[in-house]
Write a protein that binds this ligand. Structure first.
Ligand SMILES: [Zn+2]
Length: 507
């Protein structure tokens, strides 16, 4: 019944899941799991031994150290979250020996849970629109029998002993998610899925790339830190609280290092009156198809939007070099309306950066206007005394003038013909008032690429496509309220939603 239900697409995708395509990542997972278990045992021993090593830093010193390591204060720190993954030293598992329900044999110890079943658990939760986190996967596996079965699990009876096919405990799901995150397997899968869709022609080539940022609410609190800037002036900044991982009684004197409780969280400024304590992600995608190619965690949530685009495009081309030759234009909002940045894109990749026009502090022009005109807005829109918006026609470069003409009304005749201002504006015109505006009157507008032009508007009309991609990732396939802390978890969260998006795209 679920297979035939149009509302249960998740079931069809999990039922026909092409596990053969995931043998390689499954083998890497089992190797990582083995390494992880070994490491855990070692760490426990080291903990005992390293008691003597002292970390001589007060809480206040730690807070200042973290503050000056943030890219919004220290310009030498990378803007995009730097992914550092662990790696198992050896490849021991052969991908061709694996299949759903068939897990590698190890000497001693219990059989591990099946990778394919665990992965389908996380994928299924995301496809149903739930956040891809262990708590949600556990809830679904224990409450929804068809879901548990289609993933490859069998419900656990009351007193039954461990069997690797039983629905996993919450702790086992947390461990799976942690290994997939720490060993970079979510990240690798994300890039694999995007690449597969390109190779199979599910994603078509486009000559434009679009970008934007979006925020997620952090699962933490902040404190206000007071510090001195380079001029010796006192400044304030919101920062994640600091904490320690150990269970010592006195954190002020114990030797273990301080850590940020939620690294990457920062104050995201939406407007003058709206600020959010959250994580920030940068999204890059194809505007015509509405497909995101990557979602990256920003190292500090407080980073200004204009600073994230360049390093993110760099990261995209690093991971997917095959798409670099596709693009001759990048679209962004006014945060990237910046001459230096545009030149950087030209120099580095020969890409034309088109940003929504930002008039900055320019005021409406009301003086020295051509006859009959009331004002020119900072965006270069001319309004006449009759209240009509003049049509922009183009520029005349020899005489350095922008040309506008009166619009036509419903009867296709120029609006000027019946206008009460016609006598003092254009008494002899039959085609409607034509206005020449000197470039000097609008010095902030680039005459080579004026935002009033139809071409500019047509190109920028594709920019909001990125808002729809963000909605799909953030609302349809997950949730904008995070349940975990730190940027590594946040990046994994983004990767898990991207994986589900691209699998869904193929189906
Ligand atoms: Zn301690």
């Amino acid at each position: 019944m679920l297979l035939n239900s149009s509302d249960a697409e998740w079931y069809r995708i999990l039922h026909y899941f092409p596990w053969e395509d995931y043998g390689e990542i499954a083998a890497q997972y089992y190797d990582a799991l083995y390494h992880f278990n070994l490491l855990e045992a070692q760490k426990r021993e080291e903990k005992e031994l390293n008691r003597a090593e002292s970390w001589n830093e007060s809480k206040e010193e730690a807070i200042q150290r973290f503050l000056f390591d943030r890219p919004t204060i220290n310009k030498s720190v990378p803007v995009i979250h730097d992914e550092e993954f662990e790696a198992p030293p050896l490849r021991t598992v052969n991908p061709s020996s694996l299949a759903p329900g068939i897990v590698p044999d190890r000497l001693g110890g219990k059989k591990p849970k099946c990778f394919f079943a665990l992965f389908k658990g996380f994928l299924g939760a995301t496809l149903m629109g739930f956040p891809p986190e262990p708590e949600m996967v556990h809830l679904l596996l224990t409450s929804n029998l068809p879901f548990a079965r289609v993933c490859g699990f069998v419900p656990k009876g009351e007193n039954s002993v461990y069997w690797y096919k039983h629905v996993p405990s919450l702790r086992k799901l947390e461990q799976f998610d942690m290994i997939m995150t720490n060993y970079g397997l979510w990240s690798q899968l994300k890039w694999d899925e995007v690449r597969r869709n390109i190779e199979e022609g599910v994603i078509h080539k486009e000559n434009e790339l679009v970008g934007d940022t979006t925020h997620y609410h952090a699962y933490s609190n902040f404190e206000t830190v007071i510090y001195e800037d380079e001029k010796g002036k006192e400044q304030k900044k919101s920062q994640s609280k600091v904490t320690k991982k150990c269970h010592c009684e006195n954190w002020e004197t114990c030797p273990h290092p301080w850590e940020l409780a939620d690294d990457g969280a920062g104050t995201v400024v939406k407007s003058k009156s709206k600020m959010i304590w959250g994580h920030k992600a940068s999204i890059l995608g194809l505007p015509r198809q509405g497909v995101p190619l990557d979602a990256a965690a920003i190292a500090d949530g407080a980073t200004f939007d204009g600073e994230t685009l360049f390093p993110h495009v760099e990261r995209l081309f690093g991971h997917l070099p095959e798409v670099e030759p596709w693009f001759d234009r990048v679209l962004y909002d006014s945060a990237c309306d910046n001459k230096v940045l545009k030149e950087k894109f030209q120099d580095e990749w020969g890409i034309d950066l088109k940003a929504s026009f930002n008039p900055r502090r320019t005021k409406t022009v009301t003086d020295n206007l051509p006859r009959g005109m009331e004002k020119i807005t900072p965006y270069g829109t001319v309004i006449c005394e009759g209240g009509y918006e003049m049509d922009y026609k183009g520029a005349r470069y020899e005489s350095e003038k922008f040309i506008y003409q009166a619009p036509t009304g419903e009867d296709n005749a120029p609006v000027c013909l019946n206008c009460e201002h016609k006598m003092e504006c254009c008494p002899h015109s039959n085609i409607g008032r034509i206005v020449n505006v000197s470039f000097d009157l609008l010095p902030h507008i680039d005459s080579e690429d004026p935002p009033m032009a139809k071409r500019f508007k047509a190109i920028m009309s594709r920019r909001p496509s990125v808002e729809r991609m963000i909605k799909r990732l953030k609302c349809d396939l997950s949730d904008d309220r995070l349940k975990k802390r730190g940027n590594a978890s946040f990046q994994a969260y983004l990767d898990k939603t991207m994986i589900a998006f691209h699998i869904l795209l193929r189906n």
